[in-house]
Design a protein around this ligand. Structure first.
Ligand code: URA
Length: 428
């Protein structure tokens, strides 16, 4: 590999120049091995945030991050594979009902997930509220479960895209998370290395998402779909609303409870709608088009898969879920229609109640979070509970209530309207 000087590459990007394939390969390999220092990579991340990268540079960055670690493949697996990645949102528990639902149709779901940081929850944290459930599997356990059950949700090992792990931690503390080239290469390097043959991206738009506006979300989705297609992964994206929370439950065990309701054929309409949309899309990309997805939620097939998936990782699907000891009701101040319920503010309240962490080593409370008693577009009466706040520590209520200040609007003259979840789609 050619030799470069990190400082020269930083200056090149600072002056809006292009980095060549060799330069990007050198930078990522040498950052992973420690030759390029954190402060140099921070400066490069900021230069990329400010000046962008073209499609070729983003592809090279993604490929270099994949090459920094191991890649998985499912050569011995009889079933096709399909996965979903969500860019993250408040109350986004869709992976939980979705993975067993798709597996119920004979498409294997290898889902390597992460933990929550900030106001969005992590899938592993949610599942860890189930007694006995284990997030870490060996490679052999992972492959066995995928073949026998058809669905695995577990922690991504350290071997997958280690360059991304290092860079993501750096971006988190240097104000460089939001750059599209960095988000796209981060997400897609892990998903391509994971080895799935098809992938659906759920790109969230709105206050509770990374992407607050639809044009940027569309751009991110296009870049990621292109990266997937270039790497031979059949990829598409749905753009979905995250201006208001998804479903009625926000917080780890609360979200597991709601997911089980969906798997039992019930649950809130928005969660059911998005689960079905994403399942259809995952199955379509895996070559299954003539299937009645909704029926598998109603007749118990998806629930059977869920129980197998949880048990295979040591979890007890019948165990009582943790419940917080303290509760506080937020009441509607007047009659009318709920015309605003801000996702970021509700997510922040849930986080402050103990459902999330500020630093990755912080503990979380499994029972903490927010239950909504009304959603966007619902008719409410003065004095009716709008939300229940749950925590084990009463001194957390004040800061959570502060986060909710101005989070909702109730208008007497408005007409009730159902929420629109699906905003756009990008096909490969
Ligand atoms: N999720 C990731 O894995 N990486 C990002 O950069 C953003 C979200």
């Amino acid at each position: 590999m050619s030799e470069f000087a990190a400082v020269e590459l930083i200056m090149q990007k600072r002056e809006k120049g292009e980095l060549s394939t060799d330069e990007i390969n050198w930078l990522v390999a040498n950052y992973t091995s420690g030759v390029v220092a954190d402060e140099q990579m921070s400066a490069m991340a900021m230069a990329i945030l400010l000046n962008g990268m073209n499609r070729r540079e983003i592809k090279d960055l993604t490929m270099a991050m994949i090459a920094s670690g191991e890649t998985l493949n499912y050569a011995g697996l009889a079933a096709p594979t399909s996965d979903k990645h969500s860019t993250g949102g408040v109350g986004d528990k869709i992976t939980l009902p979705l993975a067993p639902l798709v597996a119920a149709f004979g498409v294997a779901v290898p889902q390597l997930s992460g933990r929550g940081l900030g106001h969005t929850g992590g899938t592993l944290d949610k599942l860890e509220s189930i007694k006995g459930w284990r997030a870490s599997l060996t490679n052999a356990e992972f492959h066995r479960q995928l073949a026998e059950v058809g669905a695995v949700i577990c922690a991504a090992g350290d071997g997958l895209a280690p360059a991304d792990k290092k860079l993501y931690a750096l971006r988190d503390v240097t104000g460089t998370v939001e750059a599209i080239p960095l988000i796209a290469s981060s997400i897609m390097s892990k998903k391509i290395a994971e080895g799935t043959s098809s992938l659906v991206l759920d790109v969230k738009v709105g206050s509770g998402a990374f992407m607050k506006n639809i044009d940027r979300a569309r751009e991110l989705a296009r870049v990621m779909v292109q990266l997937g297609q270039d790497a031979g992964v059949n990829t598409s994206a749905l753009l979905t609303d995250m201006s208001t929370p998804l479903g009625l439950e926000i917080g780890n065990a609360l979200e597991v409870k709601e997911s089980v309701e969906v798997l039992a054929g019930g649950g809130p309409a928005d969660v059911v709608e998005l689960t079905i949309e994403l399942a259809r899309e995952m199955l379509r990309l895996a070559g299954k088009t003539d299937v009645d997805v909704a029926a598998a939620l109603k007749d118990g097939r998806a629930m059977d898969k869920w129980r197998q998936m949880i048990s295979a990782q040591g979890g007890d699907p019948d165990a009582e879920l943790p419940i917080a000891s303290e509760h506080h009701l937020v009441l509607a101040p007047n009659d009318g229609v709920l015309t605003q319920l801000d996702a970021l503010q509700v997510g922040t309240a849930s986080w402050r109640l103990g459902a999330g962490r500020a630093r990755k080593e912080d503990p979380i409370q499994f029972g903490a979070g927010v239950t909504l008693h009304a959603q966007l577009g619902s008719v409410v009466k003065a004095g009716q509970p709008l939300m229940t706040l749950h925590t084990d520590e009463t001194d957390r209520f004040a800061r959570a209530i502060e986060a909710l200040d101005g989070s909702f609007k109730i208008e007497a003259a408005a007409t009730p309207a159902p929420r629109k979840i699906l905003l756009d789609r990008i096909d490969g």
